[in-house]
Ligand binder design. Sequence first.
Ligand code: ADP
Length: 543
Amino acid sequence: MLGLMQDRPLLISQLIEFAAENHGDTEIVSRRVEGDIHRYTYRDARHRAKQMAEALVGLGIKPGDRIGTLAWNGYRHFELYYAISGMGAVCHTINPRLFPEQIVYIVNHAEDRILFVDANLLPLVEKLAPQFKGVRHIVAMTDRAHLPAGLAIPNLLVYEELISGKPGTYEWPEFDEKTASSLCYTSGTTGNPKGVLYSHRSTLLHAYGSALPDTLNVSARSVVLPVVPMFHVNAWGLPYSGCLAGAKLVFPGAALDGASLYELYENEKVTHTAGVPTIWLGLLNHMQSKGLKLSTLKYAVVGGSAAPPAMIETFQRAFGVEVLHAWGMTEMSPLGTVNTLKHKQLALPADQQLQVRLKQGRAVFGVDMKIVDDKGKDLPRDGKAFGDLLVRGPWIVSRYFRDEGGDPLREGGWFPTGDVATIDPDGFMQITDRSKDVIKSGGEWISSIDLENAAMAHPAIAEAAVIGVAHPKWDERPLMIVVPRPGANLTREAVLDFLKDKIAKWWMPDDVQFVEAIPHTATGKILKTKLRDDFKAYKLPTA
Ligand code: ADP
């Protein structure tokens, strides 16, 4: 027997409609690429998104067409999220920090029809434009007055001119909720980037799940500043969950340094922020060196890479900010787990509580999670056994765009995340490594992340990375690569000595090498492939 409730599709246009109707005067504030601060409301955003949808129809865009964006977090990008998906086309967000040849590859692979580009990224696009195959128009996301002079981009359109004079009375079409809504490519540290094609349904379910109190806890009382870019997994869904909750949104534009962010946090009374650890290093350094305090910020979501213990503690102790350690992937829209404590963990002494906070957190309802061994056999949730982490759920990828890479799923519809993890009896998952980065020493696994975390607690260490290096007896042994803080006088012995009581004896790195900088991916993760390459010729003293 079927239920007798209404069968209305879940559509992205409903989010902006809901926000405009119920939170019409709630603000959206943006630091523009042009340099100034722009503010308007959800009501204004809906009007302009509708004007843009009208403009897209005028440019011949049809449902299912892909439209690329190369842009920072700002109100025009937000309008495009709703205009493009709302009319039934696909919003393809592109990471401007990818290598130029990767940008060309994905624009052509996605067959983008139009590219919307922030003013300060136009010089990049000018160079690449001749290689774009199906792009009919490039639109500068600015007005005529702010257009950089002397650009040689043929038929360049201007955002404000495109929507100017449009009525803004567009009626959002209704269609199947499984319709594609947006497209985001993985950064492709191995091989070509692969496209993850989200649907209206997956996006709305993810927005529901990610706003919950034990996830990102977004409400109509929140002021949310996503530092995580709108070109990377939809800024972790915050432009959607913000609408769903009616939160004030603050977009930082291209200025992601500590001073610029701090100014926005204070001026706009931000309560929630979200970003990767490297961003927070910059912010914390700035605030500590200037003796600053945060007056309204309550939560900092830290994800994309493991949150180092010192970061969690500094946020909490020095600034009264609770770190919400989160884990996810482009393939998961991205949210999989968030770390919030239950009564049980809150009753623990501070040092044990920190050990729990270091974990990547508990699954969001909608995400099934398990760990398996080499042979695919389920491992216990005892917080000790570690194995390959598998997930499934309605906002997790089933196939990549254009079937790139074939069927990624294992039996039972499980998606292998490529992460190695433990899950404890309370449901807290902890990443111990990437499958490719785990160090296999004498048949046992050493977690490179645990070693990095232990080292990063040293006050003279700015950053540490660990890779496995060939060893004749043990197959692989860990090599620690360290960036000392400016002015620090750090020795190999001091680093090893510091690690002594923090890790198992046989995990002790065989050597420490000092470097000026560690390479990062376009999304702020340590680029281990490059590190392994840099140290290709290196021989361990123990080998
Ligand atoms: P990309 O695929 O573009 O590199 P993703 O954001 O999809 O970027 O990367 C997902 C991966 O990032 C995860 O599989 C995991 O290895 C890592 N990751 C994400 N969040 C965390 C976290 N909190 N702790 C440790 N690793 C994380």
